[in-house]
Every structure is written in C-alpha cells, then in structure tokens.
Design a protein around this ligand. Structure first.
Ligand code: BG6
Length: 517
C-alpha cells in the first residue's frame, strides 16, 4: 500500500478567509487501461482529469495509462495527440512539466476490433512489460470502458479470458460508462453478465453527475447542518423542482441520441441521482454501502406510473428551429431521421411514497437547446399562514425557496420576504446567496477527477450499485412502454425557449410554476 500523503495546508480564499485543505492519500501505483482512448470522452474528460489529479499530487510515480483505440498510431503519435488535446480541453492552464509527466506515462495499442481476442494477448504483454519496469510489484489495473454499450460485456469477457481480471495480488477494477442498459431487462442482463466474471467490489458504474462537487454538496448541506434537516419533509416542503437544462443541441451525437432520447440519456441516471440525494434519509455513515442503501431506497419508493399517469404527468418534446432560424431543428441534425420521434425534452411529476415525502411532488425537467445552461434543485417551502397579512394578495406573499445551484455559478440561494423600508408594512422578496467561487475560489475541474481517484482507491460511494441502476430503470420502463404504444404527445419546442407549453401546464395544473433561472 502506498503511503504518501499531501501535507495539510492552509489556503487563502478570494474572500480573504483561511480554509484548511485536508490531507489526501496518493492513489496506489496502477495502470489505467482506456478502451476508446481516441474518443471524445478520453480527450475532453479523462486525460484532462488525470492531468488535474497529478497537478493536485494525487497520482503516484508508478502510474501509467495504456490507451486502446481504433486509430492507427504509434505511442509517440498518441503522446503528441494528447499533448495538444490537453492544451485544448484541459480545464486549467496547462503546465508543460505536468503535461510531460502524464505524456511520458502513456502508451498506445491500436485495436480496430475490441472483439478480437488477439488484442487482449497484446494488451497482456504490454502490461507485463510495464510491470517489470515497475520492479515486479503486483500490478493494479483500472480498466475504463469508454466504448459503445454493446461492447461492455464482450470486453469484460475477453479481459477475463486473458487472465487480466483476477485480483489475486494487485487489484483489478472496471469502470463502466453509461448508458448501462437500454431498459430494465437489458440492465439486468448486463449486471448478470458482469457478475459472472467480476466481484461487486470490482465494478464501478459511473455517473459523472456524482463527481460534481456541488452534487456531493447536497449531502454536506443536508447532513452537516442542523437547521435544514428538521424542516426537510412534507410538513414544511410544498414541492421540489429539479432542472437540468442544456443550451447545446445533440451536436455530433445524433446517432447515439436517436436510440437513447432524453429520458434514457439524462433522467434515468443524472436526474434520478439528484432526486435521490435530495430525498434520501441520513445514511448511518459515509461508507459506500450505507450511502447507496439510502439512495436506492428513494428510487424504490418512487410511485410507479400507470399508462394514464404517463399521459398526464410526463411531457415529452423535441426541439425545432430557434426563433431567428440560426439553430436547426433536431430532425435536421446529423444522423437523425427526418421523421424522428426521439424526445430531446422531458418534464415529469413523480411522487416518493414514504413518510417523509408522501404528497410532495417532485417535478423534474431536462432538455437540450433550452434558454440557458443550468442545473439546480429548488426546494419550495409551504407558505406562511396569512394571519398577519390578510390584506396582502396571495401572489404578493411568495413561498420561501431554497435553490441548490449545481452549474453554472455553483452556490446556494435562499429566497425570503423582508420589509421594504418606509412607513408602511410592505413586503419585498430578497435573496441570501452563497457562491462557491467566492468562498473556495475556482479550480475548474472536469468532474471526473473525484471519480477516477475514488475508483483507484476502491471507494464506490459515488458509483452505482446494480440495484440502483435497476431501480432507475424500474421507474423509467413504464414510461417507455406507454410511449411506445402511442404516437401522441411529442410536441415541438423552439430552440432557445424553456421547452413546450405542456411543461408549464404540468405545474400550472397544480397551482405552481417552474422557477425561471
Ligand atoms: C451526458 C449526456 O451524460 O451528460 C449528454 O449523455 C449531456 O447528453 C451531458 O449533454 C451533460 O453533462 P454536463 O456535465 O455537461 O451537465
């Protein structure tokens, strides 16, 4: 076991206050094997995240990356490619020495077919060589499957057949990207397939939303403060809104998105995890299974939607052109069918059937090409009784609202009423704001740093267990089935808007409205 630690140090924040940085353990020496090393995820997220981890002193000297990709290229050419991509996609000012540290640890293996057993023999030889260089210590391998989902099962089977998964000395871990399955049956089948060859502790099902600091902060906010938890329930909360809005369209991922749609791509995983962290009971500890037990309990408590409820409580829509015509409609995107019925927007109302949340609606919405990029959880509290303000029109006495902003402008805001200065008792809405950057400064990250670091340390708290993935699909499956049975209900919305009018109607029907970020 490697024992280096970063010495605890005190840092000055932008506000001039002092904050203590906790010591963090340097990860074990390991080789990270990336399947899909020349793909988008590797260049935009994984390699910049490794660069940042090294910058934070969290990678060991004995760290290496073996990249497997389709492109014909030597290791030297791969190093050069990564070097220029780090300048382009790194989220921090790239430092030449730190780039070189990472580049010198890269090696590349061309594979035009991850189903070819010969590749795994070559990979094994390549890994054996680097083990010798490392002085023969039992090697640790972290396999990252940044590939189309159809390859997850076959790659794991080939790795196993090549003897690369037996963790009898060093550890062997596999990170599986999303989408994990296409529906409940396929997710179960994949879980079963993986379970034959891997122990549960070796499987890391990733959801990059859980790597975002501000998403993890939901737990800190709720459970490290005494004042919110007592009112975090149906007695005081009127409803919850979860918005993940994107300004971008499907970009170059039309082919993938056509098969997925926003419900599978965003709701089943990212939005459900935001919901789970917001609604879960306090775990008995921050051990991986204690936290995951509570997350899965929330998903299991979501009231399953009947076909009738799907028709009334779930809105789907697809983006059209923008008002000025500068953004094209979804159906004109590359690799998208001209008569596509894939949804790029979903809004839905869910109920969590437990004592804490009974009768409190959770309204979720996500979409591409919306008016702004914003991810936030809004806790809307119940109104104060009107006793003292009988003469104030209802709409002039808004409810308190707590907004947990995940991105951009990460922070927390509390909206409440205050007396407007003057001789009369007049009320005005004011806001108390906490801004992450003001307190902690900004250190832009890709969101993958924590997840890669945790996987290297064997900490699966922020990864999905098989039951969590299946619980998500259990909620989504009836919606997919109901949609498959009817062509109705796929309206258009303008690119650059907040979605279709039906999404507003979903809340208006209950006397509520979406917060306009
Ligand atoms: C991915 C989805 O999981 O998350 C994409 O596949 C989406 O469609 C992306 O754009 C959003 O992530 P972020 O971190 O930019 O909010």
């Amino acid at each position: 076991m490697h024992t280096d630690v970063i010495v605890e140090r005190t840092v000055q924040t932008r506000c001039g206050e002092l904050a203590v940085e906790r010591p963090a353990r340097v990860a074990d020496p390991a080789t990270m094997v990336i399947f899909g090393a020349t793909g988008d995820l590797a260049k935009r997220k994984l390699l910049p995240a490794l660069y940042n981890l090294n910058g934070d002193g969290l990678l060991p000297e004995g760290f290496a990356v073996a990249g497997l990709g389709r492109d014909a290229m030597t290791t030297d050419a791969y190093r050069q490619k990564v070097s220029s991509e780090l300048q382009e996609f790194g989220t921090v000012t790239t430092d030449r020495i730190k780039c070189e540290w990472l580049e010198s640890r890269l090696s590349y293996l061309r594979s035009s077919d991850f189903g070819d057993p010969a590749i795994y023999q070559r990979l094994r030889d390549m890994l054996a060589e680097s083990t010798e260089v490392a002085g023969g210590r039992p090697p640790n391998y972290l396999f990252y499957l940044a590939t189309p989902p159809s390859l997850f099962g076959p790659i794991v089977e080939h790795l196993s057949a090549a003897g690369l998964l037996a963790d009898d000395g060093g550890w062997r871990r596999v990170i599986i990207e999303k989408p994990f399955g296409h529906d409940l049956d396929s997710a179960r089948a994949l879980n079963r397939r993986l379970a034959v060859l891997l122990k549960d502790r070796q499987i890391f099902r990733i959801d990059h939303y859980l790597g975002k600091e501000t998403v993890q902060n939901i737990m800190a906010f709720r459970f490290a403060n005494g004042i919110f938890e007592p009112i975090w329930n149906r007695r005081y909360i009127d409803h919850v809104q979860i918005t993940v809005a994107e300004k971008v369209g499907v970009e170059q991922r039309g082919g993938y998105f056509e098969r997925a749609g926003a419900l599978r791509d965003m709701v089943q995983n990212h939005l459900f995890q935001l919901l789970a962290l917001t609604a879960m009971e306090p775990p008995i500890s921050f051990e991986a299974d204690a936290v995951r037990d509570e997350r899965v309990k929330v998903l299991n408590a979501i009231h399953p939607l009947s076909a009738t409820e799907v028709a009334t409580d779930v809105v789907r829509a697809q983006y059209g052109a923008s008002a000025d015509g500068s953004a094209r409609p979804y159906r004109d995107e590359p690799e998208v069918a001209g008569d596509s019925r894939t949804e790029t927007f979903v809004a839905l109302k869910l109920l969590v059937d437990n004592w804490r949340w009974a009768d409190v609606p959770f309204y979720l919405r996500t979409g591409k090409r919306l008016a702004a990029r914003v991810t936030e959880v809004v806790i809307q509290f119940k109104r104060a009784p009107f006793v003292l303000f009988r003469d104030t029109p209802v709409e002039c006495l808004p409810s308190n609202q707590l907004v947990l902003r995940m991105q951009p402008d990460e922070g927390i805001a509390l909206r409440f009423e205050a007396k407007v200065p003057g001789p009369r008792m007049r009320l005005g809405t004011v806001q108390m704001d906490f801004d992450y950057a003001d307190y902690f400064g900004t250190a832009p990250k890709t969101g993958y740093e924590t997840l890669l670091y945790d996987a290297m340390n064997g900490d699966s708290t922020l990864f999905h267990r098989a039951d969590i993935v299946e619980a998500g699909w259990t909620v989504v499956d009836p919606i997919l089935r109901a949609w498959a049975e009817t062509a109705d209900g796929l309206g258009p919305y303008r690119s650059g808007s907040w979605g279709p009018p039906e999404a507003d109607a979903l809340l208006a029907r209950d006397g509520r409205e979406w917060r306009r970020p």
